[in-house]
Every structure is written in C-alpha cells, then in structure tokens.
Design a protein around this ligand. Structure first.
Ligand code: GDP
Ligand code: MG
Length: 295
C-alpha cells in the first residue's frame, strides 16, 4: 500500500496526489508518495484560486439566499484533511493546483447568512461530536450539531460525552434528555480519558486508513483523547513544543495526526459557538454554578 493510501486515499493512485496534514498560512504540509521523504510543503497556486474566488464573488450575490450548505462552502481554500493535486518541484516550491472532491464535510453556518459557512472538518469517516459532562453539557447544542451533520455528505456522526468520571447523582436525567434529543440519529458514547471508561467503544472507530474528526467546544477534552490514542511518545513531543513556547499543545489550528494503529484523527480548535441562533436562550447548562473539575 502506498503512503497516500495509508492516509485514506481510496481512488486511483497517481503521482502528485497529497493529503493535507496541517496548514501554516499560505503553506500546506502534505503527505504524498513523492520521495525521498513522502511529505512536502506546498503553496496553493494563487492564479487558480484567485480566479475561482473572483468567479464566486461575481455569482454569489445572485445565489446566496438559495444555496445549500455544501454549495455555499468555501471550496477555494484547502484545509487539513483535504486530498489535493499538486505540481511537484524537487528543487523549489511545489504548488497545490486542485482540491479533490470531499467525501464528507462538516460546515458551521453563519445564522445571519452574512458570511459564507466555515468548513470545520473534511474527509472523515466518523465525526465525534464531543461534549463534556460538566458545565459544557447542553442538549440544545448537540441538537444543532446533529442538524448541521445532516448535510455532511458521507461519514457517520457519533455523540461523545466526555469526562464521565465527573458523573454525579442526578446526571441520569441529563443522559435521558440527551438520548431523547439524539434519537436514532447517532450513537452516544460515554467516555473518560482519565479512567479509560468507554475507551473500548472509541476503539471500534479507530481502524487503519480511517479518519476521525473531533469537534466540540474548547475544553471538552478533544486533545486529551487524541493524546491518549496517539500514545505517550506523541504527547511528549507536544509538551516539548508547548515548552518551547509554540503553544501547539492547545490546538490553534486543525491537525491531522496518524495514530500508531493506522487510523487518523483531525483535531479541531475549540468552537465558541457553531452558528446557533439563540443558543444562549436555549442552553440548559449543567452545573454552571459549581465548577466541579479541578486540576
Ligand atoms: N475529569 C476529566 N478531565 C478531563 C478529561 N479529559 C480532559 N480533561 C481535562 O479537560 C481540560 C481540557 O482538555 P483538552 O483536551 O485540552 O480540551 P480541548 O480544548 O477539547 O482539546 C484539560 O484540563 C484536561 O485535563 C476526562 O476524561 N476527565
Ligand atoms: Mg484542543
């Protein structure tokens, strides 16, 4: 199996195919079959993308009110998880020339529709919609995520309740409400990275060549779960980077991480709000007055 296939590519293998594992301004870190290292830094080809942007600008006014989320998505910007075509240059700058069709994509919509929707994750087999069992608990938010997930194309949504080691008396009521909200739209996992509770259910999705995307508010435990899955060695490098002041430990951008098991995780930065109209009114926050988790 070639490297690009190990990273989830299911189509025909040709030269110049890559998958974006991280983005750094105008530059993209790609994994690919091109040797010697099987990874390159590529820039997006300005002319192609700026042309597309121009066309979009000209047409957007006419169709913006009637488009669906995927049509409205920003296809001019490659993001982590994208499969792309690139023009290889062994001596100098390689250029991304095309974003290949996404088999799944999760968009955050702007409720006011003033801006285009924002693409949070692409090309995942499983979408972990994560929420922690503390002050972050909101069935209204989960409902909103699941509505957005209806437009994601492929991929399976899974609701993951994290930090269940913080379970308290009376929490069953919240789980009952959650089960009612979710219905048969998704499976619900209850996990703790601290005690490893429910980790066997997580492992059902951690399979070679498969991509998991983690979404959810900041602080729900996405990076901690990734650290747990990636193993101590990887977590240690992250801490060193934090030490060196680069602050990578607190996820500031999307990153695709290859796990020792051959599965991949796309960790997304925390989402403050995901385009939830009237979220503040709807939220039934759990235990806002008593902050139970202490480090
Ligand atoms: N009690 C408890 N705390 C957790 C668990 N997972 C993560 N945390 C804590 O929650 C905080 C936020 O975690 P982090 O992974 O950075 O969240 P992210 O913003 O979603 O990536 C950290 O202080 C973690 O130690 C868990 O399973 N149980
Ligand atoms: Mg994080």
């Amino acid at each position: 199996m070639t490297r690009i296939e190990e990273f989830g590519w299911k189509g025909e293998v040709e030269p110049g195919l890559g998958r974006i594992v991280s983005a750094h301004g105008d530059y993209y870190h790609l994994v690919c079959n091109e040797q010697p290292s099987g990874e390159i830094l590529a820039r997006k080809k300005k002319s192609v993308f700026s042309y597309r942007k121009r066309v979009e600008r000209q047409t957007s006014a006419a169709f913006v009110s009637s488009t669906r989320a995927d049509e409205n998505a920003d296809l001019s910007t490659p993001i982590t998880g994208d499969f792309v075509r690139f023009r290889y240059n062994s001596q100098g700058e390689s250029l991304i020339t095309e974003i290949l069709p996404r088999f799944s994509h999760f968009e955050r919509k702007d409720p006011t529709a003033k801006r285009k929707s924002q693409t949070l994750a692409v090309n995942f087999d499983t979408l972990f919609i994560m929420m922690s069992l503390n002050e972050n608990f909101s069935t209204a938010r989960i409902k909103r995520y699941l509505t957005l997930a209806e437009d994601m194309g492929g991929g399976e949504p899974v609701v993951v309740v994290t930090k269940v080691d913080l379970r308290q008396e009376g929490d069953e009521e919240f789980f009952e409400e959650l089960r009612e909200t979710v219905g048969d739209k998704a499976r619900i996992l209850e996990i703790s990275s601290l005690t490893s509770e429910g980790m066997d259910t997580v492992m059902e999705y951690v399979k070679p060549g498969r991509t998991l995307a983690f979404i959810g508010s900041s602080g729900v435990g996405k990076s901690t779960l990734l650290n747990t899955l990636a193993g101590e060695e990887w977590a240690a490098t992250q801490e060193i980077q934090e030490w060196s002041g680069k602050g990578r430990h607190t996820t500031t951008s999307r990153e695709l991480v290859m796990l020792p098991s051959g599965a991949m995780v796309i960790d997304t930065p925390g989402i403050r709000e995901i385009g939830m109209l009237g979220e503040q009114d709807e939220i039934r926050a759990k235990g806002t007055s008593s902050h139970r988790w202490r480090k």
